[in-house]
Write a protein that binds this ligand. Structure first.
Ligand code: ADP
Ligand code: GLC
Length: 491
């Protein structure tokens, strides 16, 4: 079974800003369970060092061009057999707060240097030059923060191959040309067929151009990024590499997201004790200071308050719900303008709208368990995890027909109700009108308790497990390694 180094800029429970952390905290364990020898590598952020004081330093070395030693600290990932390796270089990583942005939401000014260093150390580990006495067979990189690794490895004939996973093509790691010359990268990488993107340095191109295989987190998103609408100018490159590009949908970490065992919610329940879900609804209404009402259709949203998530569509919709038996609660962080707009509408309609700005793992679980429906009108969504958590928690998702949302939620129609496949409400245009129409459809079905229960149960039965997706990743690893071996034989 292969030895895999899994590189990510965040992993639950150590550090999380979004879905990548959920993936990096769970997929390596599922792969280890299939027999792979997995190690996850992350930066040692200040918040991680503060919270995990017992991280052991297992190696130290110097990197040319860097002042002082670089350390590698280690612990187990979620008490599994997977080792989590933390690259300890305080000048780059040990600052307080978010991994990517300062307290005003601006990217850290030295992000290019920080993540180039991350990539260079991963390269050393890949080549067994980091005093770990372990040489991976393959490096699995995720998003732009580790995307220089495939480019660096391709400069060395004996280096292991790589897989690059795109979790979100909207974030590319773009920096001015002048930055390129300060990073000490091979000068041949400054070219349009390498890291240059319209005169800028593009980290993500390192993965897109040089990785042996590329995948995205849903099959639908893999198609969408090959079009001008969602390709961000990289669609030509992705079309060119379509023969090595595929999609594997994310899964759910059953030990974290399971209404039967979840310790963060008021009342555990299963699909056979569904009436208990109402207890979570009442608890949530109390938390959010909404009137206790088990009959109102309680809608929820958790996520980054950014354009991608269609939060503006939700805000617009909420302006016209006064006459409807609806309540809404939100948990999120992000754009100040959306925060202000939310404050404004909630003040005008406190009986129906309530929101919480901040990051809270506990509240996220309470929302998934407590609401009746979850809104995801994302303009694009590579996979999306909250619709999967919603399905598992008997919370019906309302989603835009895009990316992973399209691949995981089945619209409610007379036919899908009849054949027991309906799991949510899917709308085709990212507009307020389309969102409103699907909420109206949902209200109708909510008024037919028997059909609603069917919908909820269908969703709870769906199987988006990491075990299944990990098998697809293992298959991909094996294909890469097979190609690599054949290549050597023919040289
Ligand atoms: P993305 O990665 O684009 O942000 P995903 O749906 O893939 O979207 O994953 C988001 C993850 O982050 C989910 O686990 C979600 O519950 C969590 N999350 C997002 N915002 C918050 C928040 N403010 N508080 C707690 N959890 C959050
Ligand atoms: C990204 C995407 C999201 C996906 C997550 C994990 O942040 O926006 O759709 O679920 O990565 O793959």
């Amino acid at each position: 079974m292969p030895k895999i180094l899994f590189a990510a800029s965040e992993a639950h429970p150590f550090i999380k800003t979004g879905g990548l952390a959920d993936v990096a905290g769970a997929l390596p364990i599922a792969l280890q369970n299939l027999g792979c020898d997995m190690r996850v590598v992350l930066p040692a952020y200040g918040d991680v060092l503060k919270q995990y004081k017992s991280l052991k330093t297992i190696a130290e070395f110097y990197l040319p061009g860097t002042v002082g030693k670089i350390g590698i600290r280690a612990t187990q990932l979620n008490r599994s057999k997977v080792k989590a390796l933390f690259i300890d270089y305080p000048a780059a990583f040990a600052r307080k707060g978010n991994p990517y942005v300062d307290e005003h939401g601006n990217p850290w000014p030295d992000n290019a240097e920080r993540f180039a260093l991350f990539c260079k150390v991963i390269q050393l580990i890949a080549l067994d030059q980091a005093r770990l006495d372990w040489k991976p067979d393959l490096i699995h990189c995720n998003d732009w923060h580790s995307a220089l690794v495939p480019a660096l490895l391709k400069q060395i004939p004996s280096a292991p191959p790589s897989l690059f996973t795109i979790h979100n093509l909207a974030y590319q790691g773009l920096f001015p040309q002048s930055t390129f010359s300060t990073l000490g990268l091979p000068s041949t990488l400054w070219a349009p067929h390498a890291l240059e993107f319209h005169g800028q340095l593009s980290f993500i191109k390192g993965g897109l151009v040089f990785a042996d295989r590329i995948n995205t987190v849903s099959a639908q998103y893999a198609k969408e990024i090959q079009t001008p609408a969602l390709g961000y100018g990289l669609e030509g490159l992705l079309q060119h590499r379509h023969h090595v590009l595929s999609g594997i949908v994310n899964g759910i970490d059953n030990s974290v997201w399971n209404p039967q065992t979840d310790k963060l919610i008021s009342q555990n329940y299963t699909s056979t004790t569904l009436s208990k879900k109402k207890i979570n609804k009442l608890a949530l209404q109390e938390l959010y200071k909404l009137p206790a009402n088990k009959d109102a259709l309680l809608l929820g949203f958790i996520g980054r308050l950014v354009e991608q998530k269609g939060i503006d569509l939700i805000i617009e919709l909420l302006k016209s719900i006064k006459h409807l038996p609806i309540q809404f609660c939100l948990l999120g962080t992000g754009d100040k303008l959306y925060q202000q707009a939310l404050a404004h509408i909630a003040k005008q309609n406190p009986e129906q709208i309530s929101f919480n700005i901040g990051y809270s793992e506990k509240l996220a679980h309470q929302i998934e368990a407590g609401v009746d429906m979850f809104l995801m009108p994302s303009r694009f969504e590579p996979c999306g995890l909250n619709q999967l958590y919603s399905l598992r928690y008997g919370t019906v998702p309302i989603v835009h027909n895009v990316g992973g949302l399209a691949d995981t939620v089945i619209d409610t129609t007379p036919e899908t109700i009849k054949n027991n496949t309906a799991t949510g409400f899917v709308f085709n245009q990212p507009t307020v009108t389309a969102l409103r129409q699907s909420i109206n459809r949902a209200l109708e079905i909510y008024g037919e308790p028997k059909t609603w229960k069917k919908l909820v149960k269908n969703g709870m039965k769906t199987e988006f497990t990491w075990d299944k997706s990990a098998k697809d990743y293992l298959h991909l690893y094996q294909e890469i390694l097979k190609t690599q071996n054949t290549k050597y034989k023919t040289i």
